[in-house]
Design a protein around this ligand. Structure first.
Ligand code: 13P
Ligand code: 13P
Ligand code: MG
Ligand code: MG
Ligand code: MG
Ligand code: MG
Length: 366
């Protein structure tokens, strides 16, 4: 049977600044989803990563479905009321439009969806990141799906031998979706040329060239394109199917041991290393560091198993220590040079006002 996995995520308020949602807020979103799920959802799972709440849903209605998206939107509206009642910071932060119109794309929440014929065994991974943006997944996806140094399956598994197709979006283009399709391995240098620019080119999806099946879906929302100003980071979600014709779980996870520098952290304006963390954990140091969580599932007839928290394995403690060292090192140089994002990203913040007032004080010497 054709099944859809939809994950829709939003920041609708948090405790103590941008740390994490409250229990009451989680409960109110949960209650809403539970009450409305009858006849719509096969199953669902709720979690948070930093201050972002993700609703993972299984159903048979296909991607972009109005009823599924409205269920999530209304759950976030209900949660926003709870957030206001508790005085949480940034209540309703990611709900940028007044009225729901068709689906949540372009309205603030992040969404990633996969539709497929369920395999007899269907393992998949659900990633959520906070204090960063969708470009954070560019490197992990490139390594996992295109580099045999990371993924021996590209050499060892016939199911992976034909390589993968990357659909990459130009997220600066606001008129419509502007995308390019590139094939690994033959377009490898072109893929790298685009993916190095994480603020402009973002992997939207990855497809098996052997089976034609979709392997990965990434949210691509850019809040400053919607709001016209800085309204928090585009904390991205991602779904990845694993095993058989796709990379193994461990091949998808390996790149997270790098702790690569990504855009985000404090005021969404810095370059800081990405830390793999446990499910349902908040942020701390310098409104960060940027964090990524991963829940592994199996599913059958749309029913999910319990999640396995992959980054809770003791292996990742060493990685977390390494990432903390990298984070502290980078912060030693404060605002200087590579520690902050380029002006093209900062121009959505209040720094433009400051530059305007300074501009009046410049004079040209004779
Ligand atoms: P199994 O033989 O346990 O299925 O493992 C294969 C595999 O995917 C290892 O990465
Ligand atoms: P969020 O997008 O997670 O709310 O981050 C906002 C921010 O600017 C933290 O410093
Ligand atoms: Mg927030
Ligand atoms: Mg967030
Ligand atoms: Mg960005
Ligand atoms: Mg955000």
């Amino acid at each position: 049977m054709k099944l859809t996995l939809s994950v829709i995520k939003a920041d609708i308020g948090s405790i103590g600044g941008h740390i994490c949602p409250s229990e009451r807020l989680m409960d109110s979103v949960h209650n809403h989803v539970n009450d409305q799920s009858e006849g719509l959802l096969l199953d669902y799972y709720l979690s948070y990563t930093g201050d972002d709440i993700a609703i993972l849903m299984t159903h048979e209605r296909g991607p972009g479905d109005e009823k599924i998206h409205k269920l999530a939107w209304d759950a976030f509206l209900a949660g926003t009321e709870a957030a206001k009642a508790e005085g949480l910071y940034g209540a309703g932060q990611d709900l940028l439009k007044e009225a729901f119109s068709g689906n949540v794309r372009g309205m603030g929440p992040a969404v990633a969806e996969l539709e497929f014929d369920e395999r007899p065994n269907e393992p998949f991974l659900f990633f959520a990141a906070d204090k960063t943006d969708p470009g954070a997944y560019n490197l992990p996806l490139y390594l996992a799906f295109a580099d045999p140094m990371n993924t021996p399956g590209l050499m060892l598994s016939p199911g992976l031998a034909a390589g993968f197709r990357f659909v990459i979006m130009d997220v600066n283009y606001t008129e419509a979706d502007r995308v390019i399709e590139l094939n690994a391995p033959e377009d490898l240098y072109d893929i790298a040329t685009l993916l190095r620019d994480t603020e402009r080119y973002v992997v939207e999806s990855v497809w098996s060239r052997g089976s034609g099946e979709q392997a990965a879906a990434v949210s691509t929302s850019r809040l400053h394109n919607i709001a016209g100003k800085y309204t928090g980071k585009d904390d991205p979600v991602m779904l990845v199917r694993v095993q058989k014709d796709f990379p193994a779980t461990g091949e998808i996870l390996e790149p997270y041991a790098i702790g690569p520098y990504v855009a985000g952290c404090m005021r969404g304006s810095h370059q800081m290393p990405l830390m793999p963390v446990q499910l349902n954990s908040g942020i701390s140091y310098f409104d960060g560091p940027p964090v990524v969580s991963c829940a592994a599932f199996a599913m059958h007839d749309g029913k999910l198993t319990e999640p396995v928290d992959v980054f809770s394995n003791p292996f990742w403690n060493t990685v977390r220590g390494h990432v903390a060292d990298k984070a502290i090192d980078m912060r030693r140089q404060g605002f200087f040079g590579a520690a902050m994002l380029p002006m093209s990203e900062l121009e959505y913040t209040g720094i433009m006002k400051k530059l305007e007032t300074l501009d009046d004080r410049f004079r040209v010497r004779d």
